[in-house]
Design a binder for this molecule. Sequence first.
Ligand SMILES: [Zn+2]
Length: 220
Amino acid sequence: MKKSISQKIKDFFFSRKCAVCGRIVEAEGRYICEPCLSIFRKKAELRQNGNYYYLFYYESDIKHAIAEMKLENRRHLAVELAELCKEPLFRLIREKNIHLLIPVPVSKKRFRERGFNQVEEFLRELGLPWRSIEKLRDTKHMYELLDEEDRRKNIQDAFSSDLSTDGKNILLVDDIVTTGQTTNEIIKELRKNHRPANIYVFSIALSKVFGKIKHRGDPA
Ligand SMILES: [Zn+2]
């Protein structure tokens, strides 16, 4: 479809707006302005919660940047997010002696709609090789489901892996981890017919509800 001139102008200005604060970014091919990037650099720190590693809490500024990475004309935001994550992520890979990186997959339907998987774009920018698993069906966004049982059913048996994971240290990679139910389901699938040594998760951001939901029902 041919775009009108006014649409092209709109696209041009939109594509030059900082994904965080909305100010026009002067540097060509950049999507986050320098002041916002330097705030991110200060906040980016490898944090840990069990086997989960992440750099940011999922708050408004990083939320905007990650959400926009999923838009076709903003997919190169992966470059800037990759820059922020590079040093701590490479360190984690070394320390845990990771053999296999697996990005959390999107369904075929979502892949067709979006044209790419933003987590794969992120890994590509980092020059890291990965192996894929399959997401068998489309699922609802976890934040749309308030009930824990609905969330569990939504994602249950949604993934399929034919990777040989015996004895391997695996790092699952996602942009955002909300409740951990998606990654738990993938971990279940990876352990179904194999015995991986360790499975860790790395995400750019982790929701503050993560710990609360994960431990609900645990003995006090
Ligand atoms: Zn900015």
